[in-house]
Design a protein around this ligand. Structure first.
Ligand code: AMP
Length: 178
């Protein structure tokens, strides 16, 4: 994978959305065709032999590469969304954030026990969002679960909150203050 291509096109926005946070803006990768191709190709190589049947994307930046990869892997795409956005019957999972709690939802009939699931989001920070998604898919008794990010922020310990058996892969590892 051409990491330099991706890293040189990744926009960093200091103090967004609050002072002290370096926001990694993946839309600067999404708008660049060479970066899109590079991410798509790398993800395909990473997961082509895993037997994945469903790719779950986390709203909203997780939707982009999850859908592109679903087409390539001949898998289905499933959205995880904020409460009240999905029209059919849902199941939900709440998790603690720095301030208060948050909830995510998935359609109840989106995953079955024969599914091998890849959950994808743009970025791993503290891991709270993805752990909630992982717990949600676990509750649905998927056969196997893989976890993927475009970027893993190093230094926040996000990876350490997952059970040891969780298969977590990222395209880029970036220091939190880089
Ligand atoms: P967390 O639950 O702390 O792992 O946060 C992950 C979610 O928040 C992802 O959906 C990211 O899109 C977003 N996020 C958190 N921190 C950042 C950051 N520094 N830059 C870009 N997105 C972030």
């Amino acid at each position: 994978m051409n990491k330099d291509l991706l890293l040189s096109n990744l926009r960093n926005i200091p103090d967004f959305p609050i002072p002290g946070i370096q926001f990694k803006d993946v839309t600067s990768l999404f708008k660049n065709p060479a970066c899109m191709r590079e991410m798509d190709k790398t993800l395909y190589e990473m997961y082509k032999d895993c037997g994945i049947t469903k790719i779950v994307g986390i709203e909203s930046r997780g939707f982009v590469m999850a859908s592109a990869l679903a087409v390539k892997l001949n898998a289905g795409f499933v959205p995880i969304r904020k409460p009240g956005k999905l029209p059919a019957e849902t199941i939900s999972e709440s998790y603690t954030k720095e301030y208060g709690t948050d909830t995510i939802e998935i359609h109840k009939d989106a995953i079955d026990t024969n599914d091998v699931v890849l959950i994808h989001d743009d970025l791993l920070a503290t891991g709270g969002t993805m752990l909630a998604a992982y717990n949600l898919i676990k509750k649905m008794n998927a056969k196997k679960i893989y976890i993927n990010f475009i970027i893993e922020l190093e230094g926040l310990g996000g990876r350490s909150i997952f059970p040891a058996e969780a298969d977590i892969r990222a395209l880029l590892n970036v220091e939190v203050n880089e």
